[in-house]
Write a protein that binds this ligand. Structure first.
Ligand SMILES: [Zn+2]
Ligand SMILES: [Zn+2]
Length: 480
């Protein structure tokens, strides 16, 4: 069954391949001339952008999911930094996802509620899931199914994360999936990683490297952004069976900070947040290093590259949530219902993007189940002129240019829209809507019920849980 599902997803990926292809490699995009052209395009987009009012009665709130701060040795950033980044980027909602802590670790309280006008949700990343429970819990669960069901039953949100690692995974009742993960992009970019390390090792490249990151940091990070085919294919595939809200994962850690630090007059070390001795540079191999080390004290920093400050991560990609108000309840409800769209906002501010369905006097929002009636249309609008791709059950059924479109809908299916922009000779994805589900809904009889929970005969009782060696321990250790 699992193999079959994966095959179907790959088939869907192939079927989509007639869409725009990435014209440039990431390394090419990182060349100064391309960074400059993209920066000019961003400026043009900012100038040309139309102001849209959005849906009546709904606020368009910028949110970031999958944010790490003060939660693990490999996280470099703090909650205060996150808050400052929100101020700079207009983010109003932060879904924190602390790495699950070992039972021996002391609990550190996460932020919850409003901090300077930004709404924080505490959460945890464990078992390939992002979970945002309503109430604190420290119950260990032996079964992942039980963990998911308990959290959902309590009103929490649970989303599948790092989809590239779990294509066959589809736990019942999930709120949604990551449809983009910024960290997954980096994992795929071995060539860019090696080029970066090579430049850090070569003193002659330092000046250009810091210049590019300092002046074109957003474009540099944006160079890594590709079309998340695998993520979208799984989402499209599974959405034919159930309601799944698509969200973007920033997977922000503020930990891509590299330094070249003086060790002695003959050597320097390249360090990262986690590793104080990533590589050693020696004057014997690199004579150009000698004058840079002369007269320096041990520990002095010769070069620092801060690649992923939170504000850059947050600008890169955001999930816009359409909610009645900025409150925990209202935001949870909007996410659950799929009233959201994802935007690579480093290209252009997407605020005001709309997708609705209209039929027989009724208007439906993103995420809604829509009755198939004569004259039904999907209407969509964006603040910039771009290519609108209408996608039905994972297949592109229309691709038209403009600022808004009204598509007639004559067949049942899961309909969503992507908007692409032309940037430096490439078509780049900018906005991904959540779908509307048109026609009969197959999942309405298969949601997680209380009966389903009780029928899981082999559940290990919470009190009786003793398998402490299991690394995850499913410690739903979420301090709210
Ligand atoms: Zn991490
Ligand atoms: Zn993470």
């Amino acid at each position: 069954m699992a193999v079959l599902v994966i095959c179907e997803i790959y088939a869907a990926v192939r079927a989509q391949d007639h869409g725009p292809v990435q014209a440039r490699s990431t390394l090419e995009r990182m060349e100064l001339k391309h960074l400059k052209t993209v920066a000019a395009a961003r400026k043009r987009f900012a100038d040309e952008r139309r102001l849209l009012l959005g849906r009546p009665g709904l606020k368009d709130l910028r949110a970031v999911f999958h944010v790490h701060a003060e939660d693990s040795p490999h996280t470099g950033g703090t909650l205060e930094e996150v808050l400052e980044a929100c101020r700079q980027t207009g983010v109003r909602v932060v879904f924190l996802t602390d790495h699950a802590r070992k039972e021996s670790d002391p609990l550190r309280p996460s932020w919850r509620g409003l901090h300077n006008g930004v709404l924080f949700f505490p959460g945890v990343e464990t078992e390939g899931l992002l979970s945002f429970p309503v109430a604190p819990t420290s119950k260990p669960f032996a079964k992942r199914e039980q963990y998911v069901a308990e959290l959902l039953h309590g009103g929490g949100l649970v989303c599948l994360s790092h989809v590239e690692e779990r294509l066959q995974d589809a736990p019942a009742g999930l709120t949604g999936y990551e449809i983009y993960n910024a960290h997954a992009e980096i994992k795929e970019e071995a060539a860019a990683g090696l080029a970066l390390l090579g430049a850090l090792c070569d003193t002659k490249q330092w000046a250009m490297l810091s210049y590019r990151v300092k002046h074109y940091g957003d474009e540099w990070m944006g160079a890594l952004q590709t079309y998340p085919r695998l993520y979208l294919s799984k989402w499209d595939h599974d959405s034919e069976q159930r309601h799944l809200t698509g969200i973007a994962a920033n997977d922000a850690h503020h930990n891509q900070i590299y330094r070249v630090v003086v060790r002695n007059e003959f050597s320097a070390a390249i360090t990262s947040v986690e590793n104080q001795d990533l590589l050693t540079l020696q004057t014997a191999q690199q004579p150009e290093l000698a004058p840079l080390l002369r007269g320096r004290k041990r520990g002095e920093v010769l070069l620092q590259l801060d690649l992923d400050p939170y504000e850059r991560s947050f600008r890169n990609t955001t999930t816009h949530i359409l909610a009645g108000e900025l409150s925990e309840e209202s935001i949870r409800e909007a996410v659950r219902r799929g009233r959201a769209y994802v935007a690579h906002e480093w290209l252009a501010d997407a605020t005001g993007f709309e997708l609705i369905a209209k039929g027989e006097g009724r208007t439906y929002e993103m995420g809604d189940s829509v009755e198939l009636t004569p004259g039904l249309r999907v209407e969509t609008t964006a603040p910039l002129n771009g290519w609108f791709r209408l996608i039905r059950n994972g297949q592109i059924v229309a691709n038209v240019k403009g600022t808004s479109h009204s598509f007639p809908i004559q067949a049942p299916g899961v309909y969503r829209v992507e908007v692409w922009l032309e940037v430096d000779g490439e078509e780049r994805p900018w906005v991904y809507s959540n779908p509307v589900w048109v026609g009969e809904q197959p999942w309405e009889s298969s949601s997680v019920s209380e009966e389903h929970l009780q029928n899981q005969g082999d559940l290990v009782s919470i009190a009786g849980y003793s398998n402490k060696s299991r690394s995850s321990a499913l410690s739903a250790v979420v301090s709210l």
